[in-house]
Design a binder for this molecule. Structure first.
Ligand code: HAM
Length: 420
């Protein structure tokens, strides 16, 4: 019996990997322009890190983590997200000691035991960015500007930005209390999940997707009416900066994030092209998180994008496959040997060159060159080697020119170097 991949975990095959590389490369380029540096953290962390940061009563911690005991009896978890591990690394290595402001980005697989469907997987990938050590609302606006800029650079323009503020430990408890009172009077129609957790995590009821819950929550108190002066000013300032930057957004007071560490600004980039999985990127401020996991009392803000969702939005048609600048059709042992030598030297010079390894006919080799999308084909048979001249065919228009085999690598490098 053949062995397949684990359910909800996907292979990224060569036909797709070009688009992944492009998405990652653009992220590096854009993020670096905003002063971000890459950080790489392990895929596995102590379970306690996620329980303490994401929150015991969240879906992620309650039911979605891949948690196991290692051979030493320690409880470990495959990371369900990147912020907590990055903060753990930040605190552990005291990154604030060398620079009071840290802008970090990361790529990598995350793991959540969710029900797989289009755009939702058990192993998925995030591209994330975090800024630690800046309280100024300008940084909130700048992080959002960078995110929107990234989407423009990768050519995804039909996404909508929603923002909200979730308050802070000063103002949220009072809001929570009012929300619990509101929910208590409408418990009957709520789904089982909401009825179970409205006391422990009442904000989640606000964005439950079950229609009956949505209806019951109509007219619920808004967090924005309960912000303390500090949070209110912060949110107003973020919004005025967004206006200065001419970023389109809407305020959604019912936006609640699935992770407990958020404070003040939160946001999501939404699409209507992925069915129920509407968030392509999401994030916010998490001012108490570092301290909560034993680090310094520094504020943070960041986001993560789901790479699979970006790929779905970009569409397969866009996948840019690289094609060889030259295919060398070597005929007979001698021709193939010379093809191999020339190919290797040109590759070392930085050109994408291919050949046939199976000693096939000229016609078959042309078919192969065509399939690979080679721009040119050099034909090297016995005659060509004897005469010291080989035809080079341009595959786009069929034109042919004779290339003297003396200094052939130099001559070809000059021709390929001129290609667009
Ligand atoms: P999150 O909203 O849980 O936030 O995930 C961020 C993004 O990851 C989502 O918007 C979505 O695109 C993608 N995503 C999440 N779960 C899945 C899944 N099962 N399958 C496919 N894609 C998925 C966080 O993870 C926070 N750490 C973001 C953040 C960074 N907040 C501050 N800094």
């Amino acid at each position: 019996m053949s062995i397949n991949a684990v359910k909800g975990m996907n292979d990224i095959l060569p036909a797709e990997s070009g688009i992944w590389q492009e998405l990652e490369q653009t992220a590096r380029e854009v993020f670096q322009r905003y002063g971000f540096k890459e950080i790489r953290v392990p895929v596995v962390e102590k379970t306690e890190l996620f329980c303490r940061s994401i929150g015991e009563t969240t879906d992620i911690v309650e039911k979605e983590m891949y948690t196991f005991q290692d051979k030493g009896g320690h409880s470990l978890t495959l990371r369900p997200e990147g912020t907590a591990p990055v903060m753990r690394a930040f605190a552990q290595h005291k990154l604030h000691a060398s620079d009071p402001i840290n802008k970090l980005y990361y790529f990598g697989p995350m793991f959540r035991h969710e029900r797989p469907q289009k755009g939702r997987y058990r192993q998925f990938h995030q591209i994330g960015a975090e800024v630690i050590g800046v309280d100024d609302p300008k940084i909130d606006a700048q992080v959002l500007a960078m995110l929107v800029h990234y989407f423009q650079e990768v050519g995804i323009d039909d996404v909508a930005l929603q923002v909200n503020s979730l308050g802070c430990p000063e103002c949220r408890p009072e809001y929570r209390k009012q929300l619990v009172d509101f929910i208590e009077e409408r418990l009957e129609p709520l789904c089982e999940d909401c009825r179970r957790r409205y006391k422990t995590n009442p904000l989640r009821v606000l964005d439950c997707k079950v229609p009956a819950c949505k209806e019951a929550m109509d007219g619920a108190p808004s967090i924005l009416d309960h912000l303390c002066a500090g949070c209110d000013t912060h949110f107003a300032t973020v919004r005025s900066h967004l206006q200065v930057l001419e970023l389109d957004y809407t305020v959604n007071p019912r936006m609640v994030r699935g992770l407990d560490y958020y404070t003040k600004t939160t946001f999501e980039l939404l699409t209507d092209r992925l069915g129920a999985q509407s968030a392509v990127a999401a994030g916010g401020r998490y001012d108490g998180l570092l301290k909560q996991i034993g680090g310094p009392d520094l504020t943070g803000i960041g986001f993560a994008m789901g790479v699979e969702r970006l790929v779905l939005l970009k569409g397969d048609a866009d996948a840019r496959q690289q094609s060889p600048a030259l295919f060398i059709a070597g005929l007979g042992d001698e021709g193939a040997g010379e093809a191999f030598r020339i190919m290797s030297l040109l590759q070392r010079r930085g050109f994408f060159v291919e050949m046939d390894y199976q000693g096939r006919s000229l016609k078959a080799q042309f078919r192969r060159a065509d399939k690979l999308g080679a721009q040119r084909v050099l034909i090297l048979g016995e005659n060509e080697l004897a005469q010291g001249v080989a035809p080079l065919r341009d595959m786009s228009d069929g034109n042919q020119q004779d290339i003297p085999l003396e200094d052939v690598v130099e001559r070809l490098a000059a021709i390929l170097g001129e290609s667009p």
